[in-house]
Design a protein around this ligand. Sequence first.
Ligand code: 5GP
Ligand code: ZN
Length: 133
Amino acid sequence: MDCIFCKIINKEIPGKIVYEDDVCLAFLDLSQVTDGHTLIVPKSHFDNLLEADDEVIAHMLKVAKKLGNQLVEKLNAKGMNVLTNINETAGQTVKHFHIHLIPRYNEKEGIQITFEDRSSQVSLDEIYDKIMK
Ligand code: 5GP
Ligand code: ZN
């Protein structure tokens, strides 16, 4: 499969690997949205979180905590965004499941996640019913 992250996992192309075990690998994201921007990827290929194995996901979240603390300690980060994109609609560009760890040092960095308040335009009851029916 022509997958750039599988190639990094298989050491076919280089990556700045900061963590590795039997289940997953973590390496520095090339873009470095902020210093220490890291990706955690499963060694088995899943397209995204919704396709991935439950135990693998649980393990990766533990690794996210461990590495997150390491980034805070070593880089003096003041906070962190932990996120995963699913499909192009949500901004996914590499179709191999990955968790972004984006250390934050201030509020004016190159990542902006804003939540628009649409509560006056939608019905919570209608949406709830659609999900639960
Ligand atoms: P996505 O947009 O799919 O959530 O994130 C993909 C990320 O992979 C991007 O932040 C991008 O910078 C990173 N990336 C893409 N290709 C490579 C690569 O070859 N090496 C590394 N280290 N990161 C990559
Ligand atoms: Zn892959």
